[in-house]
Design a protein around this ligand. Structure first.
Ligand code: NAD
Length: 503
């Protein structure tokens, strides 16, 4: 693939490509080998102001475009994504680091989401209800809200923007999009394809730059009534605070500390496959990564043995090389953070079974590679079993019963995804009921969401909203209740009745 190297990219504001006001820039480079990807505007609040103004102006027309027509544009966008899938996957393996198969899955998720939300253009269902009075009709309709500020992380650089931008647009909102500074070119390509699909000027704007500068300016802007953020818990709290002044709608998708439970009757081969995929896929940099494995003591030794063998068979390398199983971490800070948790785990008395070190052989020292890491003998309260590490590290926690497994699984601040491996249908259903997470898998790992079901978590994983599926529409619309009285006279609700009508 030809590399883009030092090509300079611009913000898109009101349909025109533009440098940042201050003219400053930052570079994107590959976490696999440091190669240059491109140069992007380091924008500021002044650029956000302009983008919001453009989005506000475009909103007045876009909200009146019939929703089926808005959906048709998304349909075209989905097709363009499908046409560009291989190219985008290649770019993702370079800019973000994931292996090609997973990068293709990331793009596929965006294709699926865009087709799904395109269809919403012909639904956006509200309700019609009877009235308590004669000659009166009641209904509820979804209304667009205005300018949506979209702030995304780097780990699903095409999928996550689609989860937010596709529903925002079909509902009739306009968008100012701030992608993560680690993956600006993928954000740029996403927006270029929206433009190619025919999205009118100003309806989608992109402003590149840091969270503190661009993100926070967006969150504080009084003309941006909706903020949707996927990121860490810490960022979520900061955003919620900054948005409070203007009583914004804030939709937060935050961290996870997801657990896989393996009971004594589980298919252990299947469990090992599920754990390996969920703990080490995307180098553990998924919000749904399985960073805890809660194992019944009857199968603990056997599972541990098979899991270590599976982890040690994984090949580290650049994501675009076909034989690679595990790509790099996103940057030096992530590498340092993941390694610091290895030190923490050791100091806490957990037993390091495999991994626990930075990989440097065969040119891996040019990137940020960490060996798949498994700790055994982990106690539920240890920091490695409580805090989000966001790397290829998982903790094996032995338990003596199903009830204890559920208690341990629920004993963390996050509540995104959970999973249970068992052949016992009764315990599987109890787990579906009792695991306090937004998503539960039975006999599968903790990752693998489909776009037509709600996605999100309980407790500190979010603030009660969901994306994907129809639930996402609640983030991007206000309900309006409409009462139409065709009696030709004043009918007073709760006072005039059919038995006792108004005069
Ligand atoms: P991050 O919180 O560092 O950054 C996320 C985005 O927020 C970036 O665009 C960043 O520039 C911006 N930002 C940072 N500070 C800000 C501020 N004060 N105001 C406004 N914007 C700000 O997260 P990350 O490192 O990019 O992503 C990893 C995190 O995302 C992990 O915690 C992971 O669990 C979470 N995540 C959650 C989900 C989910 O759906 N629940 C999905 C993917 C990732």
């Amino acid at each position: 693939m030809s590399l883009l190297g030092t090509e300079t990219f611009q913000n898109l504001i009101g349909g025109a490509w533009a440098d940042s006001e201050g003219g400053e820039t930052f570079e994107s480079s590959s976490p696999a080998n440091g190669e240059a990807i491109g140069v992007f505007p380091r924008s500021s609040a002044a650029d956000v102001d302009k983008a919001v103004e453009a989005a506000r102006a475009a909103y007045e027309e876009w909200r009146l475009v019939p929703a089926p027509r808005r959906g048709e544009l998304l349909f075209r966008f989905a097709q363009l994504l499908a046409d560009e899938k291989d190219e985008l996957a290649q770019l993702m393996s370079r800019e973000m680091g994931k292996v090609l198969a997973e990068a293709g899955g990331d793009v596929q998720e965006a294709i699926d989401m865009s087709f799904y939300m395109a269809g919403e253009g012909r639904r956006l269902f509200g309700q019609t209800t009877p009235s308590e009075l004669r000659d009166k009709l009641n209904m509820s309709v979804r209304m667009p809200i205005g300018v949506v500020g979209v702030i995304t992380p780097w780990n699903f650089p095409i999928a996550i923007p689609s989860w937010k931008i596709a529903p925002a647009l079909v509902c009739g909102n306009t968008v100012v999009f701030k992608p993560a500074t680690e993956t600006p070119l993928l954000g740029q390509r996403f927006v270029e394809l929206l433009v190619a699909a025919g999205i009118p000027p100003g309806v989608v704007n992109i402003v590149h730059g840091g969270g503190r500068e661009v993100g926070e300016a967006l969150v504080r802007h009084p003309d941006v009534p909706v903020i949707t953020l996927t990121g860490s818990r810490e960022t979520g709290v900061a955003v919620l605070r900054s948005a409070a002044e203007n009583l914004k709608h804030v939709h937060l998708e935050l961290g996870g500390k997801n657990a896989i439970i393996v009971l004594e009757d589980a298919d252990l081969d299947l469990a090992v496959e599920g754990i390996t995929w969920s703990a080490f896929g995307t180098s553990g940099q998924r919000c749904t990564a399985a960073s805890r494995v809660i194992v019944h003591e009857a199968v603990y030794d056997e599972l541990q043995r098979r899991l270590v063998a599976a982890a040690e068979s994984l090949r580290l390398g650049a994501g675009w090389e076909p034989e690679t199983d595990v790509g790099p971490l996103i940057n030096r800070a992530a590498l340092d953070k993941v390694h610091s948790y290895t030190e923490i785990g050791r100091a806490e008395g957990a037993q390091l079974l495999t991994g626990g070190e930075i990989a440097t052989e065969n040119g891996l020292d040019k990137g940020f590679f960490y060996r798949p890491t498994i700790f055994a003998g982990v106690e539920a309260g240890m920091r490695i079993a409580q805090e989000e590490i966001f790397g290829p590290t998982t903790a094996l926690i032995p338990v003596g019963s199903f009830d204890e497994a559920v208690r341990v699984a629920n004993g963390v601040r996050y509540g995104l995804s959970s999973s249970i491996f068992t052949r016992d249908v009764n315990r599987a259903f109890r787990a579906m009921r009792d695991l306090d997470t937004g998503i539960t898998y039975v006999n599968a790992g903790t990752t693998g969401a489909e776009v037509h079901l709600p996605f999100g978590g309980t407790k500190d994983t979010g603030n009660g909203h969901r994306e994907a599926g129809q639930a996402a529409l609640d983030v991007f619309t206000e309900w309006k209740s409409v009462y139409v009285d065709y009696s030709g006279k004043l009918q007073r609700a709760q006072i005039d009745t059919v038995e006792n009508p108004s005069p």
